[in-house]
Design a protein around this ligand. Structure first.
Ligand SMILES: [Zn+2]
Length: 86
């Protein structure tokens, strides 16, 4: 578990909600046929999110799964338990 102050936690939970939204959008996009994808606006991807929020995440000792954007610890190696390559 992450050890956060109450203020950090509120901040963090709000932030995670934003991230999860981006993750859901990615998931939705994956389910669509390729032809439809090009007509949609690109949702946030891992690189975009890290470019904007990377420093803040690092301050909270948090990073995101490269596949599903789930919040993980940096020492988890870039992937959550569900997405980690075998
Ligand atoms: Zn994942």
């Amino acid at each position: 578990m992450f050890r956060l102050t109450r203020e950090d936690r509120e901040d963090y939970e709000q932030f995670i909600a934003t991230i999860q939204d981006a993750g859901h959008e990615l998931e939705e996009r994956r389910r669509q046929p390729l032809a439809q994808r090009t007509t949609r606006q690109e949702p946030a991807n891992f690189e975009d999110i890290m470019a904007v929020h990377g420093e803040r995440l690092a301050n909270l000792n948090v990073t995101l799964c490269r596949e599903c954007l789930y919040a993980i610890k940096p020492e988890d190696g870039g992937y959550c338990n569900d997405c980690r390559p075998e």
